[in-house]
Design a binder for this molecule. Structure first.
Ligand code: SAM
Ligand code: DTB
Ligand code: SF4
Length: 349
């Protein structure tokens, strides 16, 4: 299925249409059309509304830095068309597989991230699901170690069962990342080895265990505007909302089936962030993969539209991230502050 990457958003002739919800209150009964109508508002109106909602629920000028580490890379049995870590495309992508990292090495990376200003550390494993055994025990140890450093600990390990979710909670895990990635309707175009309900079931188990949810998706895979609105609708109708919502722009990696896709229009990213902010007012919205293709100005627009976290550090999982010095300069020059930065002193080294 191929759709134009540059979506067109007709603007309403006289400002916002009446049907567009004002936003700001926590709701779990969103219609996809309402979210679509938000996304189609004139850009200045949309950003204004998103920023107003943002200020009612969050400090207006802080950005959280979250660092990512791939603790187990490649050879994943799933066939997600965007993913360089899928075994299905390994010959073409050339991504080298690596077994689970040693606990000490992961904790050293977490220490460096903390020293560089991150307050959240997210560990990703290219697994379809967690298997009980030494690797899972090691991941629990990593979670305990990251928490002991005073960082929020997040993991993304694929599917988990109830007992595994319970043990992650017991280890002190702050958040579990498990993205819906796209709409239920478009999902089958992107992934065939699992279904949407599998994702929702894992999210429910994680929630039940008392761990906060980090769940979002990717734009730029050929989905329609309605698919984007539908994904946000499914997320926003979870009760409670995911505490954290990563919005990724596809990083088209050579060798994956989506390698040839046009880069996402930066304004589409702003609209997606703003709609997420309005639909999930109290959640953290994270400007995630794909920032290398966004200008400093486009990223600042995303921050105005309600993003209040970025992935920070040289690498995402397997691909390069935005430059860390440039990120800090952007935050400083925009007059924003890094969350949790004030009490940071020389001992964080
Ligand atoms: N295997 C686990 C899973 O799928 O939940 C965890 C790791 S997986 C790499 C985490 C997320 O990274 C995916 O759900 C997807 O949203 C994002 N991701 C992976 N490859 C990407 C790419 N090329 N561009 C943008 N986001 C990507
Ligand atoms: C999320 O939503 N995006 C991150 C994190 N959660 C795990 C991953 C982005 C991966 C981009 C491709 C790569 O570097 O392999
Ligand atoms: Fe595997 Fe996750 Fe990549 Fe899908 S997104 S191939 S599940 S690592």
């Amino acid at each position: 299925m191929s759709q134009s990457q540059s979506t067109t958003y007709p603007t309403a002739p006289n400002g916002a249409p009446d049907a567009v919800p004002e936003g700001g209150e926590l709701r779990h009964d969103w219609e996809a059309e309402e979210i679509l109508a938000l996304m189609r508002l004139p850009l200045t109106e949309l950003v204004h509304r998103a920023q107003s909602v943002h200020r009612r629920h969050h400090p207006e000028n802080t950005v959280q830095l979250a660092s990512l580490l791939s603790i187990k890379t490649g050879a994943c049995p799933e066939d997600c068309k965007y993913c360089p870590q899928s075994a299905h495309y390994a010959k073409e992508t050339g991504v080298a597989r690596a077994p689970l990292m040693r606990v000490a090495d992961v904790l050293e990376a977490a220490r460096l991230a903390e020293g560089a200003g991150a307050t959240r550390f997210c560990m990703g494993a290219a697994w379809r699901e967690v298997r009980d055994g030494p690797d899972f025990e090691a991941v629990l140890e990593m979670v305990r170690g990251v928490k002991a450093l005073g960082l929020e600990a997040c993991v993304t390990l694929g599917m988990v069962n109830e007992e595994q979710a319970r043990r992650l909670a017991e280890a002190g895990l702050t958040a579990y990342n498990h993205n819906l990635d796209t709409s239920p309707e478009f999902y089958g175009e992107i992934i065939s080895t699992r279904c949407y309900q599998d994702r929702l079931d894992t999210l429910a188990r994680v929630r039940e265990a008392g761990i906060t949810l980090c769940s979002g998706g990717i734009i730029g895979m050929g989905e329609s505007e309605l698919d984007r609105a539908r994904m946000l609708q499914v997320l926003a109708n979870l009760d409670p909302h995911p505490e954290s919502v990563p919005i990724n722009a596809l990083v088209p990696v050579a060798g994956t089936p989506l390698a040839g896709r046009e880069p996402v229009d930066p304004i589409d990213m702003v609209r997606m962030v703003a709609a997420a902010r309005i639909a999930m007012p109290a959640s953290r919205v994270r400007l995630s993969a794909g920032r290398r293709n966004l200008s400093r100005e486009a990223q600042i627009l995303c921050l105005m539209a309600g993003a209040n976290s970025i992935f920070y550090g040289e690498k995402l999982l397997t691909t390069a991230n935005a430059d860390t010095e440039e990120d800090l300069a952007m935050i400083r020059e925009a007059g924003l502050e890094v969350e949790g930065a004030a009490p940071r002193t020389a001992e964080a080294g």
